[in-house]
Design a protein around this ligand. Structure first.
Ligand code: PGA
Length: 234
């Protein structure tokens, strides 16, 4: 299974120029790299960036209509987008995305031929209450309800408490969760880790925790560091 390293730029950077610079900086460091690399910028920069595999961070599950401020998956067909991140914890939290909404988005993305990066993970409270496995099971079961094939899905295990905090999940705990997720899915699937991944800890997730790659936020905006992360997956 080919490893995958995904950059989730979130709502960054704030100018087109910076987006191009970061993108070109990453691109120039990838000679000879075999790992799959995906950059997920804000929509506005899509037409500015080319030469690497591109993803987006969200879609609306409807094709078109009266949904002020939204972007549909159909619209993305023209923009050279291959991947769609669905169910990121920031969307679950700030935009109240339920497992049911996420399920609709996953089905729509797959129906239109996109590859899906499906994010799951427990909050700090759920972890402390010993509910981690239950939460993961529910997110997977409801998110994938009625999905016939998981062939074009990558699962991103992102403990919410580890995202953007510098408090990354231990290799041991990550391995347990990844093993649990793989067992629940029951067939070959790519499961990656996300949550304060950086150039120092990247290799241990891939080589020791059994992650098939990483979903990287903050560190993906620093080309040199991001290229190091990519190389640790080789
Ligand atoms: P982080 O974000 O690497 O900044 O923790 C990861 C993510 O939200 O996907």
């Amino acid at each position: 299974m080919q490893n995958i390293i995904i950059a989730n730029w979130k709502m960054n950077p704030t100018t087109k120029q910076e987006a191009k610079e970061i993108f070109e900086g990453i691109k120039s460091g990838l000679e000879g790299v075999e790992t799959e690399v995906v950059i997920c910028p804000p929509y506005l920069y899509l037409s500015e960036l080319s030469g690497l595999t591109i993803g987006v961070q969200n879609i609306n599950a409807e094709d078109n209509g009266a949904y002020t401020g939204e972007i549909s998956a159909v619209m993305l067909k023209e923009f050279g987008v291959d991947y769609i991140i669905i169910g990121h914890s920031e969307r679950r939290k700030y935009f109240v995305e339920t497992n049911q909404i996420i399920n609709k988005k996953i089905k729509k993305a797959l129906e239109l031929g996109f590859k899906v990066i499906f994010c799951i993970g427990e909050t700090e409270g759920e972890r402390k209450s010993g509910l981690k496995n239950e939460v993961l099971e529910e997110q997977l079961a409801q998110g994938l309800d009625g999905v016939e094939s998981t062939e074009n899905i990558t699962i991103a295990y992102e403990p919410v408490w580890a995202i953007g905090t510098g408090d990354n999940c231990s290799v041991k705990e990550t391995k347990e969760s990844i093993d649990h997720i793989k067992k629940l899915i029951g067939k070959e699937i790519r499961v990656i880790y996300g949550g304060s991944a950086n150039a120092e800890n990247a290799e241990s997730y891939i080589k020791e925790a059994g992650a098939n790659g990483l979903l990287v936020g903050g560190a993906s905006l620093k080309p040199e560091e991001f290229v190091k992360i990519i190389k640790s997956a080789e």
